[in-house]
Design a protein around this ligand. Structure first.
Ligand code: SF4
Length: 197
């Protein structure tokens, strides 16, 4: 049975969609299989009630994280509804791990709608320039994607308490250039390991 929620240390992770606005060459989905304890391949996307019921099966978590095998902000209305309910019911920190393309997807700046509800965005910056980004992430937004991600990080840093820009350690990536860009956009920086399955 697909996993909607799973805990790692003090964080509770939510897996609410397998859809994504990117097709990254290093995507963990492409290197994973079903049958694990946490099977994150969904048959259908869970409703608000199903997500809240999955959360209620856990206790003692200090943070709820929208993560999983997809881009949660493709389901913006559900993310906002669940984040608000989590804040109200559990008073925990809320983090969204995202590819940073939500403003391109939805055609507006969605960040102000999450201010006061979301404590942290962890944004996949993935590259120091548009060319590298396209080579790694294959975004349907083309050249606009990288600019959109940088804009998202900059806008988020102005409204959300914590913004982390991350990259996956892949061969030939200029990590120092990525870090410099992340800091210039107002975010902190995180280097993530490459998962090879
Ligand atoms: S943004 Fe994340 S979930 Fe989407 S394709 Fe890239 S690595 Fe996979």
């Amino acid at each position: 049975m697909p996993t909607l929620a799973y805990s790692i240390r003090n964080s509770l992770y939510l897996n609410i969609t397998n859809r994504c606005s990117n097709a990254c060459s290093f995507c963990i989905k492409l290197n994973s299989s079903t049958g694990d304890e946490n099977d994150l391949f969904l048959d259908t996307e869970p409703s608000f009630d199903e997500i809240m019921a999955a959360i209620a099966e856990f206790s003692d978590f200090e943070e709820v994280v929208f993560c999983g095998y997809g881009e949660s902000l493709l389901r913006f209305d559900i993310v906002k509804q669940v984040a608000e309910a989590v804040k109200q019911k559990y008073c925990t920190r809320v983090r969204i791990n995202t590819d940073g393309q939500a403003n391109l997807v939805h055609g507006r700046n969605i960040i102000p709608e999450l201010a006061g509800v979301v404590d942290c965005f962890s944004v996949s910056l993935n590259a120091p320039d548009a060319e590298t980004y396209m080579r790694l992430c294959h975004s349907p937004f083309g050249a606009a994607a990288f600019i959109g991600v940088c804009d998202f990080i900059r806008l988020a840093a102005a409204e959300i308490p914590e913004v982390i820009a991350s990259v996956v350690r892949v061969t030939s990536l200029d990590v120092e250039a990525c870090k410099a860009l992340a800091l210039s956009l107002g975010a902190s920086f995180r280097l993530r390991p490459y998962y090879q399955g």
